[in-house]
Design a protein around this ligand. Structure first.
Ligand code: BTN
Length: 259
């Protein structure tokens, strides 16, 4: 994650958002975060290395010390259940990460900054490369938002043909913890808007979507569906007009764009 000393001020700024756990090696930051639920306080778990990092559908998640690998432990506000659904928080986390990336890579020379985009439900893409993935899970009264970002890698394993790192796109290295701080600012200010059901958040999520108005295939555990992605609703669900003409709602699934 970070080599050498980490400025204490940066750590203090991050710790304003929750109890900070900076770890060397863990199985998965999501599992570590869940192990803290009995403490009943929001937490941020950051690890240099994961031995069993998980992606969606129990896939393995690649990360190394050049990644930003972290999980947020949250306790849903019972009065605002809609804002704390896994589907909504996955979208909010994706948006917050897009904004954080943009904030960190504003180019002083004013050359166009490649815009980070969202591929529903959980991928952040820049120039069609997946630079980050989000895994939001609920267990008991805790909700964990786990995020892996490829930050400073000059190369990624050859089998990850779809993946890219921020360095490979923006050609600038970045302290992953600075990106984390930026993410936390965007995430928690967005969460306030989500709690108030402010439509602005959803409008930006839709505007950054790479699949809206495109033909897609959605694979769920049960079957495949094809059609046109016509909306992401205010609960984070994808609305598909299927090829047979009916409207279907999805809270999760694996999406592939059809040409
Ligand atoms: C995906 O794209 O399938 C989601 C990947 C989520 C990976 C992150 S890395 C931090 C956290 N800990 C895990 O075990 N997984 C998430």
């Amino acid at each position: 994650m970070v080599n050498g000393a980490i400025p204490g001020e940066l750590l203090n700024r991050i710790a304003r958002f929750g109890r900070l756990y900076l770890l060397d090696t863990v199985t998965s930051t999501n599992d570590y975060a869940f192990s803290l639920t009995s403490r009943n306080e929001p937490a941020i778990v950051v690890a240099r290395k994961q031995t069993h990092g998980r992606g969606r559908f129990r896939r393995r998640w690649f990360s190394d010390e050049k990644s930003l690998t972290f999980s947020l432990l949250l306790f849903p506000d019972r009065e605002k259940p809609a804002a704390f659904s896994a589907a909504a928080l996955t979208q909010l986390a994706g948006l917050a990460l897009c904004r954080a990336i943009e904030n960190r890579f504003v180019n002083p020379a004013n050359t166009p900054t490649p815009r980070p985009l969202l591929r529903w439900p959980n991928d952040v893409l820049v120039q069609e490369k997946k630079v980050a993935g989000i895994l939001c899970e609920k267990r008991g009264n805790g909700l964990v938002v786990g995020i892996g970002v490829n930050v400073n890698q000059t190369e990624l394993p050859a089998h990850l043909t779809e993946a890219g790192s921020l360095y490979s796109i923006y050609r600038t290295t970045l302290n992953p913890l600075e990106l984390l701080e930026e993410f936390l600012k965007e995430f928690f200010s967005g969460l306030e808007l989500l709690k108030r059901a402010d439509p602005g958040i959803w409008n930006e999520i839709r505007a950054r979507s790479v699949i809206l108005n495109h033909r897609v295939e959605i694979r769920t555990l049960l079957r495949r569906h094809t059609g046109t992605a016509i909306d992401i609703d205010d609960a984070g669900r994808l609305v598909l007009r299927t090829d047979s003409g009916r409207l279907a709602l999805f809270t999760a699934g694996q999406v592939r764009q059809l040409r």
